[in-house]
Design a protein around this ligand. Structure first.
Ligand code: NAP
Length: 286
């Protein structure tokens, strides 16, 4: 039986694991805190940087996915998660008699520093002057240096239990930024899991994909649509600090997912409208 390992079993990992079981994998997952797992998934509790954690794993791993997240938004946390943690993961797995046939790392669209709302794709310049881009790109290179190493640059994740923007609008806490449009690039958790499983199943994957849905949306449009869907007042426009991290307020780009679509992936939630409607259990209000 093929075996898959998920390093960093959390929001997306919990959706990915059953897909991999469906694809015929015996799935193993690593995280520090214990949690329940569905049939076909075995949890190893331990730190990804601790060599002893890997002693609990069975024989060869066919596909390994590194999807730990940083414990904070700072230089140290990003280096720990995306360089040191990922480096330890790769080293341990490649010490095994048979290294994984596939390795995938969930990077982020946060590697881009564009500010003018321009379209970006996998070949666009990245911003390594900022710590997030610096460490994510270093991690990407570690993975791309391995045979069949693939990077999935995920956009902003949302889904069941992760509804921060919807909740802000519902509570009247969201504020709409003034023009120009300030784009965000989203992906529903189920599609994030879907694109990872899809990339692992490709015969000849590319080294990088943008894991975002089919329609970058401006915060202005997202908030307006959500308010109408919820039947609450639309957020007012203001230039004041609205609680978004300063970096997220200044970067502004539209991520192009055509490489992923060309590889054959079909989205369950092609835009935030389907994804949010599923969460709100509402029809699209138009
Ligand atoms: N959130 C976003 O919008 C976004 C955007 C782009 C990319 N991404 C990336 O997408 C991936 C999946 O995100 P997610 O939302 O599923 O993350 P998540 O819910 O935070 O899950 C990650 C899991 O990794 C485990 N973990 C973290 N450090 C660990 C360590 N040192 N050793 C063992 N386990 C560790 C955590 O569990 P324990 O604490 O129990 O160990 C956590 O459950 C991450 O790589 C993230 O950086 C996220």
């Amino acid at each position: 039986m093929k075996r898959a390992l998920i390093g960093g079993y959390g929001f997306v990992g919990e959706a990915l694991a059953p897909l991999l079981v469906e694809h015929g994998f015996d799935v193993w997952a690593i995280r520090r805190r214990p949690c329940a797992t569905p049939p076909g998934v075995t949890l190893v509790t331990g730190c990804l940087t601790d060599p002893a954690t890997y002693d609990a794993l069975p024989g060869p791993i066919d596909c390994a996915v590194y999807m730990a997240s940083a414990g904070g938004h700072d230089d140290r946390a990003y280096r720990d998660a995306y360089v040191d943690g990922l480096g330890a993961f790769l080293t341990r797995l490649h010490e095994k008699a048979r290294p994984p046939r596939r390795v995938l790392f969930t990077s982020s669209t946060g590697v881009y520093g564009q500010t003018g709302g321009e379209w970006v794709d996998e070949d666009s310049p990245v911003d390594t002057d900022y710590f997030a881009g610096e460490h994510l790109i270093e991690g990407e290179r570690l993975v791309q240096g391995r045979p069949n190493g693939t990077v999935m640059r995920l956009g902003g994740l949302y889904g069941p239990g992760r509804t921060r923007l919807i909740d802000m609008v519902r509570r009247g806490e969201a504020v709409t930024p003034p023009p120009p449009p300030r784009y965000i690039n989203l992906i529903h958790r189920d599609d994030a899991a879907g694109v990872i499983a899809h990339a692992l199943a490709l015969d000849a994957p590319q080294t990088c994909y943008l894991g975002v849905d089919c329609e970058p949306v401006s915060r202005q449009d997202l908030y307006g649509w959500t308010a109408r869907a919820l039947g609450v007042p639309e957020p007012l426009e203001t230039a004041e600090d609205d609680g978004w991290p300063s970096r997220r307020r200044t970067t502004n780009k539209r991520c192009d997912n055509r490489r992923l679509l060309a590889s054959g992936y079909r989205f369950r939630h092609p835009t935030f409208r389907e994804g949010y409607a599923a969460l709100l259990t509402l029809a699209d209000p138009g």
